[in-house]
Write a protein that binds this ligand. Structure first.
Ligand code: ADP
Length: 621
């Protein structure tokens, strides 16, 4: 062999090697079929793609079995047949079934070589496109997911061209919201669904270009022309080809706007009530900072909101009347912050340092964790009530001392009348006829009744706010003591007394004794002439009070009398039927009220009566 030929062969070998190498990198294998002699040639890369070793010798029939049964196998057979018979080249994507059973996507290309109207040779390439295919599938997958998200979103979504405002895509929710089909949206574009009279639109579009993202409230227009409030969020992004696109989400705000209107309407009404309320009202943080106060409170002190809002409440003008007042408020706020409801009467400072008494309370507000998150301070002007009360107390005191003096003064001449009548009876009884003795008897009886009345009136007038000394009293012992006084009448009339469990209470001893004595005395007095009298005395504990009941099965009374019997001198019977003065129940009412309670009766004529009264359990003595 000549040197040149040798060199040329080496060059060709190198070139072939280079070709093989580059094919290997591109994963392209070469093949060739001698149709006449039924011989097949596979390049190294072709063998690699088929997953067979280098020394594998492929046969024509075996080669066709390297395709996944079904679509791929069918496709390649048809393509080869067409190439041989109709001389048509092919370029298809099929799935190979490799030696080890794994699959791999390939691009199979084949071209026929025709001689004298017959295909003599078929040659072509295999390219491993598995990676490419995977990416393609992944992309399809992503696109499907995106489409699902896009189509099924409950908000209206649009894909638009930010430059001309044309709508490229719109989802189902968008169609439902505006009433257009996707094709219609594409025709009318962005401008067809938004109220363009809104002056801020151009600035919003500019802002979107600068910021790439905007959210704004606009007015949308439906296909039927209805205008409705919408919230638009829109962003600009670049697609894979570098074209700007806008994705826009639209929410129908009709309901939200309606709800917001309602909320602000309620807030407006609340503010109206808050500011125009006669009483002083506000809000405090649990540590005592005033966050809000109504006009009444601020104007009363002749201040401006800035003078008090944000300050500790006790440092505000109203409370600066004295250190004591400030300290009391501070301590009360601390208690309210722990959940206690506080109420007390206090003198505060108004405009021009004028003092006024208010009924003040602190009401804690709790969150769902039962913690105090705010306190409502509230004050009512009660100066009038305080003045009237003072006046009433002084009038009552005057009346009481008047009653005491008058009763004392009346008692003395009454005693004289009784004494001398008795003397008249003793000394001149022989000289008096029956008529005269009867007159003396009536006179003595009248004097006795008058004396009793004076005693009861004295009792009534002595019960006053003045000497309210509360002490602990065992009610069972007190009842025993009272019943001792009625021993004789109880025994003589066979009266059954049933006593329940009775507590120890805080009460004014003498007054409380008069109260129970009067009620038990009445239950005994107003018994029925026939039948067995039964009196039941009980007590029930309530949240803030003790509730006492004195029940009898006596003569009872009609409903129309239930209230008036508590008035002074009110009686339902004549003196001849039942002895009495009509002062007893009025005294009971006064006593119960001294104990911050109430008294009432439930009674049925001929069946009996139950007297109820309450007294406050916790009296700050
Ligand atoms: P009195 O001195 O007349 O008993 P009270 O003030 O104690 O005066 O009672 C007023 C009136 O109420 C009595 O006159 C009587 O008609 C009626 N009353 C009081 N207690 C009873 C009772 N337990 N049963 C029926 N009536 C009663």
């Amino acid at each position: 062999m000549s040197k040149e030929l040798e060199l040329e062969i080496n060059r060709l070998k190198k070139l072939n090697l280079l070709f093989e190498e580059s094919n290997k990198v591109a994963k392209i294998g070469v093949w060739e079929v001698d149709v006449i002699n039924h011989q097949l040639f596979w390049s190294k890369t072709t063998k690699l793609i088929h997953g067979v070793p280098n020394d594998y010798i492929p046969s024509l029939s075996a080669a066709l079995n390297f395709y996944k049964p079904g679509k791929s196998s069918q496709l390649i057979k048809e393509a080869v047949e067409q190439a041989i018979q109709k001389f048509q080249p092919y370029d298809i994507e099929v799935e190979l079934l490799r030696k080890d059973g794994s699959t791999c996507w390939v691009r199979a290309k084949g071209s026929p070589e025709v001689h004298n109207g017959q295909c003599v040779r078929l040659f072509g390439t295999f390219q491993d496109i598995q990676e490419q295919k995977e990416k393609e599938f992944e992309l399809i997958d992503k696109e499907l997911k995106m489409a699902a998200i896009f189509n099924n979103n409950i908000d209206a979504l649009f894909l638009t061209n930010p430059i001309d405002g044309s709508i490229l895509k719109a989802n189902k929710a968008a169609s439902e919201m505006f009433g257009y089909t996707e094709a219609e949206f594409q025709q009318i574009g962005r401008n067809g669904i938004i109220d363009l009279t809104d002056s801020k639109i151009s600035s919003i579009l500019k802002e979107r270009v600068q910021e790439k993202q905007i959210t704004t409230d606009l007015i949308g227009i439906k296909k039927d022309g209805t205008k409705f409030p919408i919230r638009v969020s829109s962003g600009i992004f670049m697609d894979s080809q570098g074209h700007a696109q806008a994705s826009t989400c639209i929410i129908d705000m009709t309901e939200i706007v309606h709800y917001q209107k309602q909320v602000s309407e309620t807030a407006r009404k609340f503010k109206g009530i808050f500011d125009s309320a006669f009483q002083f009202i506000g809000f405090l943080t649990p540590d005592g900072v005033l966050t809000e106060a109504n006009n009444s409170a601020i104007e009363f002190a002749g201040l401006k909101p800035a003078d008090v809002i944000g300050k500790k409440f006790w440092d505000c003008h109203w409370w600066t009347i004295s250190d004591k007042t400030q300290n009391e408020l501070k301590a009360s706020i601390e208690k309210a912050a722990k959940g206690e409801f506080i109420q007390y009467e206090v003198e505060i400072l108004g405009a021009n340092n004028k003092t006024t008494t208010i009924l003040f309370n602190l009401k804690p507000l709790f969150n769902e964790k039962n913690e105090v998150y705010s306190i409502i301070p509230e004050g009512r002007l009660i100066q009038d009530i305080v003045d009237t009360r003072k006046e009433l107390i002084s009038k009552n005191n005057e009346l009481a001392s008047f009653a005491t003096i008058v009763s004392h003064d009346l008692k003395e001449p009454l005693r004289m009348v009784s004494q001398f009548l008795a003397k008249l009876e003793q000394k001149y009884s022989g000289a008096l006829d029956d008529k005269a003795r009867l007159y003396i008897y009536y006179a003595v009886d009248g004097a006795k009744r008058m004396s009793k009345m004076i005693d009861e009136l004295l009792n009534f007038s002595r019960i006053s706010e003045k000497d309210k000394t509360f002490e602990s009293i065992r009610v069972d012992r007190l009842i025993d003591d009272i019943l001792q006084g009625f021993k004789q009448i109880i025994e003589e009339n066979n009266i059954k007394i049933e006593i329940g469990v009775l507590p120890e209470v805080l009460a004014i001893r003498t007054a409380f004794k008069i109260l129970l004595t009067n009620l038990i005395g009445n239950a005994i007095k107003y018994r029925k002439k026939d039948g067995l009298p039964v009196i039941k005395i009980n007590c029930h504990e309530e949240t803030n009070d003790w509730l006492f009941t004195i029940q009898d099965n006596g003569i009872g009374m009609e409903k129309e009398h239930h209230e008036k019997i508590f008035q002074l001198f009110s009686r339902l019977h004549t003196r001849t039927e039942y002895e009495g003065t009509g002062i007893g129940l009025a005294t009971c009412k006064k006593i119960v009220e001294l104990h911050y309670g109430k008294i009432w009766v439930d009674s049925t004529l001929e069946k009996g009566s139950t007297f109820f009264f309450t007294i406050k359990k916790n009296i700050n003595v």
